[in-house]
Write a protein that binds this ligand. Sequence first.
Ligand code: HEM
Length: 181
Amino acid sequence: MSTLNRPAPTRDPRGRRLRPKARKAALVVHIVAAGAWIGLDVMLAVLVFTGLLTSDPGTAALCYQAMPLLIWPLTTSGLTCLASGVVLGLGTHHGLLRYWWVAVKLVLNIVLVVLIVVLLRPGLQEAAEFGPQLDGEPATVDLSGLVFPPVVSSTALVIATILAVYKPWGRISGSSRAVGG
Ligand code: HEM
């Protein structure tokens, strides 16, 4: 077929940029990263609650020493979720700041990753240093603050998942469209 007979490429009226296969690949990465992130938060919660509630100092010491192992997996899954989410936003009609549900997820994702690096990392390293002192001894330092990171993060991630599925609140501005999907 000559180039003259070929139909002119049509512009997607919704402004999509990713081809369907690429969008699906990015979506798989995004969902796997989000799922892994939630799973890692659950693991952290199990370690924190076991460390705080067990009556066996040896078990508590092991839990505290294991906690920092989760920092890199948490950071990697958070950043992968963010990067794939940005690719999906920019590569589809959803945009990054076009719909409330995407913009809120963007803010949640950035805040959570910053909290992992700025607050959680030093907190878990401190707990790990404290762990060996516990071996055979009852706890003398209050580590109850460690409960908040996994609880807050997994709650925020469940909210982000609900936003992704229900896509509430419509466009941020300039449209009468009621839903963001
Ligand atoms: C905060 C953590 C996040 C979680 C737990 C999360 C979760 C999800 C899930 C489960 C889906 C699949 C929904 C479905 O197919 O029905 C999805 C889709 C999507 N997410 Fe996220 N997400 C997060 C962060 C982000 C970020 C930071 C962005 C972009 C700024 C983003 C943009 C999108 C877009 C545009 C889709 C729709 C993709 C499509 O159907 O083409 N997400 N997200």
